[in-house]
Design a protein around this ligand. Structure first.
Ligand code: ZN
Length: 252
């Protein structure tokens, strides 16, 4: 009998020790990069996004690290992470760009918001243009809420959305070439043409404007939301932000 009690106690101890270890083990690690010396509306978004994803990380049990030093975009640092997020900026030098390319080619995941996808003839990073499948063309001003068409609500990132929803105030970008024309791009959400003319100072009058998409050659997702301090005011859009990160991290 004594032996049985001893064995049972030992078993229970081992069981709980094992459970505690599992609970402490983060499911995955995310590194979010941002800048503080950029447009103030883009800094506001980054601060809100850090709050949002840090809370989510606590609730779901993953690591959400943040840095405003883009020097951290290097092989040594990136090998510790499964997902890299760019909140309001993109790398400007070749060393950081090469480290990111290597990370993505080797199966890393990327989530980019708003201006992090910006590229034009001056940014001179052809690999990124191919990766994103789009180049900045135009924008509306001032920032406004807009109706969204959900192209695909079977995708893990957009599965909680209906066929359409109204996205909170944002500055919306148009793209040329249109990412939809790229065979590797899958568009998930599009700006509803019913919004046109959109803007007062800068007006988007027409065009097919994808807002959320993925390049199927990589584990990546771009979302055009990311301007100002109202982005996280829509529960349904917030759900997409959560689902997107979990999908990229491979946990759904
Ligand atoms: Zn902006």
């Amino acid at each position: 009998m004594k032996k049985l009690v001893y064995t049972t106690t030992l078993f229970l101890l081992m069981f709980f020790a094992c459970k505690i270890t599992l609970a402490q083990q983060p499911q995955f690690k995310v590194l979010a990069l941002y800048s503080t010396n950029v447009e103030s509306d883009h800094v506001d978004f980054a601060m809100d996004a850090i709050k949002f994803y840090s809370n989510m990380a606590k609730a779901k049990g993953f690591v959400f690290d943040t840095t405003s030093s883009w020097e951290n975009l290097n092989d040594d640092k990136l090998k510790n992470y499964q997902v890299v997020v760019w909140l309001n900026e993109f790398p400007h030098n070749q060393v950081q760009r090469s480290a990111f390319e290597k990370f993505m080619i080797n199966g890393g995941a990327w989530l980019g918001f708003h201006v992090s996808g910006y590229n034009d003839k001056y940014t001179k990073w052809p690999w990124f243009v191919d990766f994103l499948g789009a180049t900045f063309y135009n924008n509306n001003w001032p920032p406004l809420p807009a109706k969204m068409i959900v192209d695909d609500n079977t995708h893990p990132a957009t599965k909680s959305l209906g066929k359409s929803y109204v996205a909170p105030i944002n500055e919306w970008y148009g793209w040329k070439p249109n990412p939809r024309d790229n065979k590797d791009i899958k568009v998930l959400v599009t700006l509803d043409p019913a919004n046109y003319p959109l803007g007062k100072k800068d007006i988007i009058r027409e065009g097919d404007i994808p807002v959320v998409w993925t390049n199927t050659k990589y584990k990546m997702l771009y979302m055009n939301m990311g301007h100002g301090d109202q982005i996280f005011t829509s529960p349904e859009q917030n759900q997409m932000f959560e689902d997107a990160l979990l999908w990229l991290a491979g946990s759904r």
